[in-house]
Design a protein around this ligand. Structure first.
Ligand SMILES: C[S@@+](CC[C@H](N)C(=O)[O-])C[C@H]1O[C@@H](n2cnc3c(N)ncnc32)[C@H](O)[C@@H]1O
Ligand SMILES: [Zn+2]
Length: 393
C-alpha cells in the first residue's frame, strides 16, 4: 500500500471527483488545465453518435485525476460510456491509481512508459479519440507516436513546461526541439504556443492529416493547447505555417507564410539601420475555435471560476489575424503611460481595423494596424485623457 493511502487527511475534491493525491506530482493551481481537459471530453462525448465506446487515454496521469473526472463528469454524455485508460510510468503510483479510479467501471489503469504504451497501441491497431499528454519538460518525442494512435477527428490535449527554447532564451534548444528559430518577443507566451502548434501541424501533415487548434493558453510556466486531428488538411492549411519578424530597434512586426515567402519589406527604422529578428516556422493561424469555446462555457461540467475567466478571455480573442503588441511597449515608444486596452481596441476598431485584447497575455492587443498607426492612435488617446488600466500593470 502506498504512503498516500495511509495519509490521515488525504482527500482532495475537484469537480465531481474526490480522491487521494499521493506523494507524487500534483499542482492544485493547474485546475483550469484539468477543467479544459474534462470540458473537451464532455464535448466529444456529447457530440458523438457512435454505437460503440469512445476511447480516452490519460497518458501521464499522476494521481489519475483527469481520468477520474472524465469518468464522473464527461463519459455519461455519450450514448455508450467512454472506455478510459489511465497510465503513469511510475509503478509506485499504481495502488493509488487503482484506488482513485475504483468508482469508474469503464476505467483501466496501467503503469508503463508512454513510449511503450503508444508503440503497443500502434502495433495492435488501437486508436484513441482523446489523448491527454500532460508532460513535464518538452513532449516532442511523444508527439508523432501520439498522433499515430489518435483517431481521425480525435483530440490531443498537450502540455509542455519547456518555456526557454520557444521564447528565444535557448536558441539552440529551439532548433533541436522545434526545428525553428526562436527570438525574444514581447508576446513570448503566444510565440511559444505558436511554435508548439507549428511542430504539431508538421507532424500531423506527415500523416496526411490536418490540425485545428481548439484552445491555447499559458501562465508563462506551462504551455497548454488542444487540437483536433482532422481527417485531411483544410484547404490552404499549409499557408498557416510561416515566419514572424520583429525589429527590436523600432518595434515593427511582419509575418509571412512560408508558402509565399519573399523579401522582407523595410521596417520603420532609418534606412540601413533596422534588423529583423525572425522566429519560425511557427503556426500563424487561429489559436482557438471560438464556437467550441462558447459551447464549453454553456456546459454543466463544474469548472473553477478561474477556468470560466480563462474561457471568457480566450473566447473574446480568435487569436488569428494580425500581430500582437504589448501596450507597455507602445506606451514606451510614444512616451506616455500604457493606453487602456479597452480604449485602444475601441479606437482601432473605430478606425476600421480589426482589434481584440489578447486572450493569451494581459495588456496586449491583437490587430491588423501597423506600427505608425498604432503609435498615432496611442498618442491621440493620451491627448484625450488619463490612461489608467489595471490589466496592463
Ligand atoms: C505533470 S505530471 C501529471 C499530472 C496529472 N496529469 C495532473 O493533472 O495532475 C506527469 C506524470 O507523468 C509521469 N511520467 C513521466 N514520464 C513518463 C513517461 N515517459 N511515461 C508515462 N508517464 C510518465 C510522471 O510519473 C508524472 O506522474
Ligand atoms: Zn526597425
Amino acid at each position: 500500500m502506498v504512503k498516500a493511502l495511509d495519509n490521515p487527511n488525504p482527500h482532495y475534491r475537484e469537480g465531481a471527483a474526490e480522491l487521494l493525491l499521493g506523494g507524487g506530482f500534483f499542482r492544485r493551481d493547474s485546475r483550469p488545465a484539468r477543467d479544459c481537459s474534462v470540458l473537451l471530453a464532455w464535448h466529444q462525448a456529447s457530440a458523438t453518435t457512435r454505437a460503440h465506446s469512445l476511447q480516452w487515454l490519460d497518458l501521464m496521469a499522476g494521481c489519475g485525476i483527469r481520468g477520474l473526472r472524465w469518468g464522473l463528469e464527461a463519459a455519461s454524455a455519450s450514448p455508450v460510456p467512454a472506455e478510459i485508460l489511465v497510465n503513469d510510468a511510475d509503478g509506485d503510483r499504481r495502488p493509488l491509481l487503482d484506488h482513485n479510479l475504483r468508482s469508474v467501471a469503464a476505467a483501466t489503469c496501467s503503469s508503463v512508459s508512454a513510449e511503450r504504451l503508444l508503440c503497443e497501441a500502434q502495433l495492435e491497431g488501437r486508436r484513441f479519440d482523446l489523448i491527454d499528454l500532460d508532460a513535464s519538460g518538452h513532449p516532442g518525442a511523444l508527439i508523432q507516436p501520439s498522433l499515430q494512435v489518435l483517431a481521425p477527428d480525435g483530440i490531443l490535449v498537450l502540455a509542455s513546461t519547456d518555456g526557454r527554447s520557444p521564447t528565444g532564451h535557448d536558441r539552440p534548444g529551439a532548433i533541436r526541439s522545434f526545428g525553428a528559430a526562436a527570438r525574444a518577443h514581447p508576446a513570448s507566451w503566444e510565440l511559444a504556443l505558436r511554435q508548439q502548434l507549428g511542430l504539431l501541424a508538421r507532424q500531423a501533415w506527415l500523416l496526411g492529416r490536418g490540425i485545428q487548434p481548439l484552445l491555447s493558453f499559458s501562465n508563462g510556466r506551462t504551455f497548454r493547447l488542444a487540437i483536433r486531428l482532422t481527417r485531411q488538411l483544410q484547404a490552404g492549411e499549409e499557408s498557416q505555417l510561416g515566419l514572424l519578424a520583429r525589429c527590436a530597434a523600432c518595434g515593427s512586426q511582419q509575418r509571412q507564410p512560408l508558402l509565399y515567402l519573399r523579401n522582407w519589406p523595410p521596417c520603420h527604422c532609418p534606412p540601413e539601420q533596422g534588423r529583423w529578428a525572425i522566429s519560425g516556422p511557427l503556426w500563424l493561424g487561429p489559436l482557438q475555435q471560438i464556437d467550441l469555446l462558447e459551447e464549453l462555457m454553456a456546459s454543466h461540467v463544474p469548472v473553477a471560476p478561474a477556468t470560466r475567466r480563462l474561457l471568457q478571455r480566450l473566447q473574446a480573442d480568435p487569436g488569428g489575424l494580425g500581430c500582437v503588441w504589448s501596450t507597455a511597449e507602445l506606451a514606451r515608444r510614444c512616451g506616455s503611460g500604457p493606453p487602456t486596452l479597452q480604449r485602444l481596441v475601441a479606437a482601432l476598431q473605430a478606425k476600421g481595423h480589426q482589434a481584440w485584447p489578447s486572450g493569451v497575455m494581459a495588456g496586449q492587443v491583437r490587430t491588423d494596424a501597423d506600427l505608425p498607426e498604432l503609435l498615432q492612435i496611442c498618442s491621440n488617446l493620451r491627448r484625450e485623457g488619463p490612461l489608467i488600466d489595471s490589466s496592463t500593470i
